[in-house]
Design a protein around this ligand. Structure first.
Ligand code: ME8
Length: 509
């Protein structure tokens, strides 16, 4: 079955930063895992959110025509993903004609069903969030997210009756307590919904021309969050999927946009008679010197590609996922990231590969046939490490499935330590001091097979390193499938095929 994974669509009012890259990494890890595990299709959707007053204001401040401005920003995101080894299948833009038609059709459905009516709204509008806040939600008169003053606005607006769907949504959360990962967020959303009636939501603006017009009333533009959330549907339809495939969708989002995805989005879907997504996966924020990385705070703007230059593509991806559980916040300290990369990828993983493969090439001309061992003659230590590896791989599989990528990294590191321990204990390099050749052949054969399994299990987190190791073993990631029990296969090491030594040169970072 196809798994559909989305990142948020990012506001086209600035250049991509490390926080955006993090959402992309999580989605790409999930996509690569699914394609290994299911050998089926998986679809990664990303894109840019290009309408709204905030974007029009920023373009004006840059003295650039708004269309040109959003084109440039969309391009910046489109070029970023391949540079980070993130492979989206669909890049959706809310200024696309196809999307425009979908949003107007959705609006018509909601309006005809009686969920939307023309009214009047007075409230505190935050342009940064593109939403109204009730007075009790403000902190010292400021938006709780942007900490900036809101605008007291009163205007004619269309309103959406959220309350009509509150009970249905409560039932959904009761039936699917794991709808949100981590699931404590499901409990907090359920608490919020159970507190009482939901206020009608303002879903159009009269003072914003840069948006999709309300059908039959072009004085109004449609609320940017209706526009943005339904881009997930646009992307699916553009890829040839149908509306029901929404239920195969996992949305990866930062905690700042939880309410939009956990309350408004499911309510809009219920109202439009569409299925709810499969899951929401929430991640925390990255800070730098304790400050949230954000477009509105230029000092925090770390360029992801500057970091991949310093840390390598695999290095940055791995270290971000290794440093903290997804839902926690984390502070970027480059030296700490380097330490993780050096310890795990260079010293523990790459070094084991180098040492084992060097012996295989030097003493066995790169080839060891699996017929040298069979279950009866395999030593206890080899049998033990093979069984252990099988058990840990099963746990890793389950943790990947649960989006517990931090746990995956801990298990992988533990498994690497066990494999290194096995290799060191059996001292195969003592072959030049008269160690039994069959015993060394067994160690190197088993180690190469462990390395193959490790490379597959690491692949979502370190695609370049894993591909390179698999190349060297004569394998191709496309033909590899996740296995928790593995048969010892013959090996044939081929240095010529590999870029391995380029990835991890003699000096670490
Ligand atoms: O909210 N740490 O777009 P956006 C981690 N267009 N992740 C971060 C981050 C940080 N410091 N800063 C941003 C929008 N992000 C809407 C979304 S979806 C239908 C519409 C990530 O450009 C995080 O995932 O403000 C956050 O939710 C996303 O970037 C929002 O980016």
């Amino acid at each position: 079955m196809t798994d559909i994974i989305t990142t948020p669509i990012f506001y086209a009012n600035g250049n991509p930063h490390l926080g955006h890259a993090y959402s992309g990494y999580i989605a790409d890890v999930a996509k690569r895992f699914h394609s290994l595990a299911n050998k089926g299709d998986s679809l990664l959707i990303t894109g840019t959110d290009e309408h709204g007053q905030k974007i029009a204001d920023t373009a004006r401040a840059h003295e650039v025509n708004v269309s040109q401005f959003v084109n440039d920003r969309a391009k910046a995101f489109q070029t970023l993903w391949p540079q980070l080894n993130i492979q989206p299948n669909i890049f959706v833009r809310t200024t696309e004609c196809f999307h425009y038609k979908i949003i107007q059709a959705v609006w018509r459905t909601l309006f005809q069903n009686g969920d939307i009516y023309l009214g009047f709204y007075q409230g505190n509008y935050c342009i940064g969030c593109e939403q109204f806040y009730s007075s009790y939600e403000l902190e010292d008169g400021c938006c709780p997210i942007h900490k900036a003053p809101t605008h007291n606005t009163s205007e004619e607006t269309y309103l959406f009756k959220l309350e009509s769907y509150r009970q249905q949504l409560i039932e959904h959360y009761q039936r699917y307590p794991n709808f949100i990962t981590p699931n404590h967020y499901s409990h907090s959303i359920l608490d919020y919904l159970q507190q009482g009636p939901l206020e009608d939501l303002s879903v159009s603006r009269v003072n914003n021309e840069w948006g999709i017009n309300v059908p039959h009333n072009p004085k109004h533009t449609i609320y940017v969050w209706i526009d943005a959330l339904f881009s997930y549907l646009t992307a699916l339809q553009r890829a040839g999927f149908n509306q029901d495939d929404l239920q195969k969708t996992t949305h990866i989002i930062g905690k700042d946009i939880l309410k939009f995805h956990a309350v408004y989005w499911p309510i809009f879907l219920l109202a439009a008679n569409l299925p709810l997504p499969k899951r929401l996966v929430i991640h925390g924020w990255w800070t730098i010197n304790g400050e949230k990385i954000s477009k509105s705070n230029p000092e925090t703007l770390v360029s992801p590609t500057d970091l991949t230059d310093q840390l390598t593509k695999d290095g940055l991806r791995y270290a971000l996922l290794r440093q903290k559980p997804l839902a926690r916040d984390g502070n970027i300290v480059i030296d700490e990231l380097k330490d993780l990369i050096n310890a795990d990828l260079a010293h523990s993983f790459a070094n084991l590969v180098k040492r084992n493969h060097t012996l295989v090439i030097k003493y066995f001309s790169g080839v060891i046939d699996s017929s040298i061992i069979n279950q009866q003659t395999l030593s206890n230590t080899s049998q033990f490490i093979i069984n252990h590896c099988g058990q840990i791989l099963k746990k890793i599989f389950d943790q990947y499935k649960a989006y517990e990528f931090y746990q995956v990294t801990l298990l992988l590191k533990g498994l690497l330590d066990s494999c290194n321990h096995y290799f060191h204990k059996r001292t195969p390099w003592e072959i030049n001091k008269g160690k039994d050749r069959n015993e060394v052949a067994e160690t190197c054969l088993v180690t190469s097979n462990l390395i193959r399994q490790l490379a597959i299990a690491f692949y979502p987190l370190t695609p370049n390193l894993s591909t390179s190791i698999l190349d060297e073993l004569g394998d191709d990631v496309k033909s590899c499938q996740w296995q928790s029990r593995f048969q010892i296969q013959s090996i044939e090491i081929n240095h010529a095929r590999s870029h391995f030594s380029k990835l991890y040169p003699k000096k670490t970072l």
